[in-house]
Ligand binder design. Sequence first.
Ligand SMILES: Cc1ncc(COP(=O)(O)O)c(C=O)c1O
Length: 382
Amino acid sequence: MFDQIIAFIRKQYQQKEGRIFLHEPRFIGNEKEYLMECIDSTFVSSVGKFVDQFEEKMAEYTGCKKAIAVSNGTSALHIGLLLAGVERGDLVITQPLSFIATCNAISYTGADPIFVDVDENTLSLSAIELAKFLENEVTIKEGKAIHRTTQRAIRACVPMHTFGHPGEIDLIVELCEKYHIPVVEDAAEGMGSFYKEKHLGTFGKIGTLSFNGNKIITTGGGGMILTDDEELGKKAKHLTTQAKIPHRWEFRHDHIGYNYRLPNINSALGCAQLEVLPTYLERKRKLAKAYENFFTDHPIQFVKEPANSTANYWLNAVMLKDRAERDEFLAHMNDHGIMVRPVWDLLNDLNLFDGIEFGDLATAKNIADRLVNLPSSVTLNE
Ligand SMILES: Cc1ncc(COP(=O)(O)O)c(C=O)c1O
C-alpha cells in the first residue's frame, strides 16, 4: 500500500529517483533582480526601500492596517505578546500541538503557557474546549481574567493555524473578548490562507507570520507583525528597532528594545516572493486536490481544509491508523527517498513545561500519534 503512495508522489513531482523533500524554497520571480538592486544600493541592512515596500505590500495583501517586518516569526510572536501586555508570572493560553517557537515566545516574556486541546477538523485550538476551559477555570476580577486554581492572570491567548489550516478564529476571538483576553494569532504557517475570506493573522489584536526557508514564501529568515491598531503598529516598530527615539544623531532609548528588524536584503527577497505567491498557492491547492483524490476511499485519510476556509495547504498531511502504522510509514517512505515527517512532540510533554497545568488533551494526542506530513513543495509542474 505504501509503494503506491511513493509512485503517486514521484509522478506528481515527475521525479523517478532521488530524494523528494518535504518543502523546498523556490525562486522563480524577480528575486535576483531585487537582490542585485539592493546590493548595488549598498542598503543591505535594517533600512531601505524594500523594507518599506514589503511592509506596505504585506498590509495590502492581508488586508490589515499595519505590517511590521521582523527578523523571524518567533520575534514577531515575542513582540506581539509584549504588546498584548503579557508580563512575568502571567499565563498565556495556547495549544499543545504547535512548533516550540510558540511556547518559546511565551517563555521570553517570563509567562507560562497553559494548554487547551485542539479541534480534530482544524488541528488548531478548539473553540469548544476553549469555551469549557474559560467557563470552568477562569473568573474575571477587576477586568482581568484570573485562572482559578493558580490565581494567576491570563494575559493572552495564542491560537496557531496548523499547517496553514484555519482554526475557528472568529469564535476564539469572540470567546476571548468576553474574558478580556487579547488574541495573538500565530499564523506563521498561514501565509495565503483565508478564513471566511479574511487573511489569517488579521482576526486577533495582533497576528504574526513567518518567512523561514520552509514556509510557502521565504525571506531566508523573517517574520511579520500584523495589526489593525495604528498605535500598536508604531509601538511594534519602536520595540523592534532597539526602542530608539528617532533623531538625526542622538542615541536615546525609552524602553528595553530588541534588534528584531528585517534587513533590506531579506525584504528584497520578500517583495519578489510575494509577487509569486498566487502561483504558489495555485500549485499547492492543485497538489492538495491530487492528494485528496488519491486518498479518497483509501484507509489512510487525507487532511482536508476546514469548512469556511481557503487554506494554503502549506504542508499536506495524512492520518494513519495508529502510532505503530505511522512509524512503519515514516520508515518506509524515508527509506525510499520520500521525506515525510511526524508532527512535533506535544509541547505539554516537554520537560521544559513540567508542572504546568492542563486538562484533557486527547485530540492533540490522537493527532500526534497518527499524523504524517507529505512532500508539499511548490516545485510541481516546472
Ligand atoms: C507554528 C509556528 N510558530 C512560530 C514559528 C516561528 O517562526 P520562525 O522560524 O520564523 O521564527 C514557526 C516556524 O518556524 C511555526 O511553525
